[in-house]
Design a protein around this ligand. Structure first.
Ligand SMILES: [Zn+2]
Length: 270
């Protein structure tokens, strides 16, 4: 996404002060007041406000026109962006040329409805109704870890249901567009390890892995670390057989909020 240099710095400062795991976000705490505080007795039309912001997404600059109040309430990134003194706030407009309109469509559906669109197959080959990885990368950019975790669960469940492996191209895409420590990187890595250890019947050694590992230093580094860590374990331990929070953003001791995504929204007046 493209922002002015000053705004990028301001957003970076603002967002980096929030810990990556968003320990302070209301939905990631046990504080019962966190939900109550968002309840409003305002009429719906008043609660969404009158101000509109325009988001232009993708190379074709597809326009998404959305209530500023709702958007900023749901996504702190936009709150920082449209509350600043920079161009985006003055013009109530922002450009996201590198992102996909499809991902924004799903994101804004969640902003208004509080539901993340289901991930389903639309043909017998397991083709999905949308690209969950592009959406995950967008959520990572916008710092929405609870939603990322919810989406990660949907991706993994879809893999289980369709018995599909994760493609080399997808693994590279995730590694090139997320930061070190991203939970989905961990999942990709374990699937990669499993694919190499257990190729499809008749598949055998795939020379593409060599190219991928050579061209992606982070992936190679993580892969070697994983090999060291699991040297004494059996390869038959599948990545999908682990804890339900294995690929979530929150810490081991923290409460998992994935199951609260819908119930939280019911308490939020938009
Ligand atoms: Zn969790």
């Amino acid at each position: 996404m493209t922002t002015s240099p000053q705004l990028s710095t301001a957003l970076s400062d603002s967002l980096s002060s929030q810990k990556r795991k968003y320990e302070n976000s209301p939905s990631a705490t046990n504080d019962p007041d966190a939900k109550r505080v968002k309840c409003s007795k305002l009429p719906f039309s008043k609660s969404i406000g009158h101000e509109i912001v325009d988001l232009y997404v993708g190379a074709e600059q597809e326009l998404f026109r959305i209530h500023k109040q709702v958007l900023c309430r749901r996504i702190p990134y936009f709150s920082s962006m449209f509350s600043s003194s920079f161009r985006e706030a003055q013009e109530a407009t922002a450009q996201f040329p590198e992102d996909r309109p499809e991902s924004f469509d799903i994101l804004l559906e969640w902003v208004y409805l509080g539901r993340l669109r289901k991930l389903v197959s639309i043909d017998n080959d397991g083709k999905r109704n949308y690209d969950p990885y592009a959406l995950y990368i967008l959520l990572d950019k916008l710092r929405l870890p609870n939603l990322m975790d919810h989406l990660a669960d949907m991706i993994i469940e879809h893999h289980r249901a369709t018995n599909k492996s994760i493609s080399p191209r997808t693994i590279v895409n995730i590694y090139q567009n997320t930061s070190p420590g991203c939970p989905l990187r961990k999942y990709c890595l374990q699937r990669l390890q499993n694919s190499i250890a257990h190729p499809h019947p008749g598949g055998g050694y795939n020379p593409r892995w060599k190219v991928i590992l050579r061209e992606n230093e982070d992936l190679l580094d993580d892969y070697l670390k994983l090999q060291c860590a699991s040297a004494n374990k059996l390869f038959s331990c599948l990545a999908t057989g682990t804890s339900p929070c294995e690929y979530h953003s929150h810490g081991v001791e923290e409460v998992c909020t994935v199951g609260q995504v819908l119930s939280d929204h019911e308490d939020v007046s938009i």
